[in-house]
Design a binder for this molecule. Structure first.
Ligand SMILES: Cc1cc2nc3c(=O)[nH]c(=O)nc-3n(C[C@H](O)[C@H](O)[C@H](O)COP(=O)(O)OP(=O)(O)OC[C@H]3O[C@@H](n4cnc5c(N)ncnc54)[C@H](O)[C@@H]3O)c2cc1C
Length: 398
């Protein structure tokens, strides 16, 4: 792909924008798209050539899917009606079937590119590959020095992931914990793939303080492990053991890649002067599941809303964005840390909770990822715990 891509032709110097968005992941493309729809002049910078690879299970929950423009839905490669939850240490498992599919499987390079293309179609200028090098604060604009050109912008959206350069340059408080995750993409024959189709599998506590997953795609399966709670871990060994446990250890073509998921939000400000953070840059992934796409999209939309409603005035944007974040996403993330304490802090407690409450909590999780419920509602509701329903082997909960 050529260097300057997607809708770049009609723009001429001086490169002055209402908003410069850094990072073309789900958070950045969603924010750019929403801002362009409001009529703002937007540039989106991405350091990698597009479409870019992103190590990710590519599990898009129903609540995330609902936020997406129709054009992106064609990138879904498998639809999971069934969720299998296993506790390998006790040889327990149950199956969760919902009225609607709960998880939709995508390859991130196609999914993210479809969203970026949609932003471009709405008038966003997309620059790729174009890396942000540093930012300089001015009174009425920010200057962005990039590998391609210098950009002046009234506002900057930092959507540049867990290791955000925008956040580091502007001295935002660091994220408290970046959860490591590693996955293998295994190419299987169609007959081998058939047994994985339509099923999202989780093996809780296979990894200390975390879990393993198997997500099916069109030609591959994504098998991964992640540690959600702080602590030392050799993820390479965990992944090898997990593949062996699943009977997938025989040599076959595989791509192994890892990264981090910010499962503790930044403390303090999310807006500083003319810059605002969204998605992984803000640290808003779910601490229990590591699901980050949904909150990346939501925070991208909230950031765009605040910039527009605040009329690009830093104080107003800050007031609107931080109020929205605190009353919704950040509140949810605090509640989501409760199941982390049960399952990830102490293996014995996690196993006990699984045996007693797994099915009711599984059903509660289905409400949450479908977008119909919230951690704050289901965990605060005594009925969730009164439905004590012990798990035996190979059960089906509907
Ligand atoms: C192994 C693994 C598996 C995962 N599986 C799932 C899953 O199944 N479901 C789920 O919901 N979440 C999953 N996540 C989490 C999810 O991938 C992230 O939360 C999500 O990608 C966050 O989106 P984002 O737009 O905030 O950031 P990103 O998707 O990371 O996008 C940031 C973008 O910014 C660009 N960038 C960075 N620095 C610069 C710079 N200086 N200049 C220009 N561009 C820059 C990057 O190249 C990147 O394209 C997983 C994470 C990992 C590590």
């Amino acid at each position: 792909m050529s260097t300057t891509t997607l809708n770049s032709g009609k723009f001429r110097p001086p490169f002055f924008y209402d908003v410069a968005v850094v990072g073309a992941g789900p958070a950045g493309s969603m924010a750019a798209l929403a801002l362009a729809k409001k009529g703002l002049k937007v540039v989106l910078l991405e350091k990698s050539p597009l479409p870019r690879y992103k190590p990710c299970g590519g599990g898009v929950t129903l609540r995330a899917l609902r936020l997406l423009p129709a054009e992106v839905l064609s990138t879904v490669q498998d639809t999971c009606h069934l969720i299998e939850i296993h506790l390998p240490s006790k040889k327990l498992s149950f199956k969760l079937q919902w009225k609607q599919p709960l998880i939709f499987m995508v390859m991130r390079q196609h999914f993210d590119y479809a969203l970026t293309t949609e932003a471009s179609r709405q008038g966003v200028r997309v620059l790729s590959p174009c890396r942000l090098l540093y930012l300089e604060k001015g009174r009425s604009f920010i200057k962005l020095k990039t590998t391609k050109e210098t950009i002046l912008s009234k506002f900057v959206v930092g959507a540049d992931g867990a290791l955000s350069r925008v956040a580091r340059t502007l001295n935002f408080t660091p994220c408290n914990y970046l959860a490591p995750a590693l996955q293998a993409e295994l190419r299987l024959s169609q007959s081998e793939l058939a047994r994985y189709r339509g099923i999202a599998r989780f093996d809780l506590l296979f990894v200390p303080g975390g879990y393993g997953w198997v997500f099916p795609k069109k030609d591959i399966i994504s098998v991964g492990v992640g540690r959600m709670s702080p602590g030392r871990i050799n993820l390479n060994k965990c992944l090898k053991d997990y593949l062996q446990f699943l009977g997938l250890e025989t040599p076959r073509p595989k791509l192994i890649r890892g990264s981090v998921v910010p499962v503790r939000p930044r403390k303090g400000a999310f807006v500083k002067g003319r810059a605002l953070l969204v998605g992984d840059a803000a640290g808003v992934a779910d601490p229990f599941t590591g699901e980050g796409i949904s909150h990346a999209l939501t925070s991208g939309l909230m950031g765009a809303h605040a910039i527009f409603e605040g009329n690009l005035r830093p104080d107003d944007v800050k007031k609107i964005y931080e109020k929205m974040l605190r009353s919704t996403l950040l509140r949810e993330l605090r509640w989501a840390r409760i199941p982390c304490l049960w399952f990830y802090r102490n293996r014995k407690l996690g196993e006990l909770v699984f045996q007693i409450f797994a099915k009711s909590l599984g059903s509660a999780m289905a409400h949450i990822i479908s977008g119909k419920g919230a951690y704050s509602k289901v965990l605060a509701n005594p009925l969730t715990y009164l439905k004590i329903d012990p798990v035996f082997r190979d059960e089906v909960a509907e």
